[in-house]
Design a protein around this ligand. Structure first.
Ligand code: P6P
Length: 280
């Protein structure tokens, strides 16, 4: 697993350079979910594939930017689901973006997720690794090396509320829940980038991130394999919870690698409010 983490670190350094120096314009292509791809999306995907191609334990890649899985080493052990540059359009307005990785065995079910990693490309480049029962924060420093900073743990209750989805399309019980959380004094923190938004809640001790089913997107927007499962594992390892409104996200099985799901990540007290609002 260490060589996979090191390949992600090597990719992060190369992607950070591309973000800072390459063209952030749109390509003429769309990905499997119909998003028009930025040149940075394609470049980041290429970099990650190139770094993983050097590792014999990587059996297969499933990228948000590729319609189908890509075989790598036939005797490999791990399948890697990843979003090479999540929220890439935010790079154009100089906001933080990220890369997300789920390292699976056998298939892409939540129960087969063995480790989760995300990279935040912000004022600093940081990597968070969820593995072996804990969540570690590492930071890139001046000598282009990542150094361990701290373990990450969520408090039982937080102060931040990060509500995704188009508000006019929220279902009534969801709207009522979000408004009641704000009425209790929670602070709004939402950039439109899943990685920095969830990273902030983790580092600030807790709160709630939600991307629910809406009247226009009934299955939610965020992808199970590449985005939702890795963050679900990290939030659980940090002492929080991750559900789809009713069930634990990591108990779910995608029918297709690009499947999406409504998702809620947070401290225990906030997730209990979600369960109540969603009729549990
Ligand atoms: P909306 C970015 O496009 C992304 O996939 C996630 O990073 C983010 O949480 C979500 O979409 C934002 O979606 O509908 O609020 O723009």
């Amino acid at each position: 697993m260490t060589e996979i983490f090191n390949a992600i670190k090597a990719s992060a350094i190369r992607i950070r350079y591309a973000i800072e120096n390459d063209d952030t314009g749109y390509s003429h292509n769309q990905n499997a979910t119909g998003d028009v791809q930025l040149k940075l999306d394609i470049k980041s995907d290429f970099i990650i594939e190139e770094e993983f191609s050097k590792i014999s334990t990587v059996k297969e890649l499933a990228s948000e930017e590729k319609e189908h899985v890509k075989p790598m080493h036939k005797n490999g052990k791990y399948l890697i689901g990843y979003d090479p540059l999540d929220g890439s359009s935010l790079a154009d307005v100089n906001l933080s973006v990220g890369s997300i990785f789920g390292i699976y065995e056998d298939d892409y079910r939540g129960c087969n997720l063995k480790a989760s990693v995300y990279v935040v490309y912000g004022p600093r480049v940081e990597i968070v690794i969820g593995y072996d029962g804990r969540v570690e924060l590492h930071r890139l420093d001046a000598d282009h090396e990542f150094h361990f900073i701290q373990l990450i743990n969520l408090d039982n209750k937080g102060k931040l509320n990060s509500p995704g989805g188009t508000q006019k399309n929220w279902l009534p019980h969801h709207k009522e829940m979000i408004e009641s959380i704000f009425a209790d004094g929670y602070r709004l923190r939402y950039s439109g980038g899943m990685v920095p938004d969830l990273h902030q809640i983790l580092l600030k001790g807790g709160g709630l991130f939600s991307y629910p089913a809406t009247s226009d997107v009934p299955k939610g927007k965020l992808r199970m394999t590449f985005e939702v499962f890795p963050f679900a594992q990290i939030y659980e390892l940090a002492g929080g919870q991750a559900i789809d409104g009713k069930q634990r996200l990591l108990d779910m099985t995608p029918e297709h690698i690009h499947d999406t799901t409504p998702c809620f990540f947070g401290s225990n007290e906030e997730i209990e409010r979600v369960k109540l609002a969603y009729g549990n």
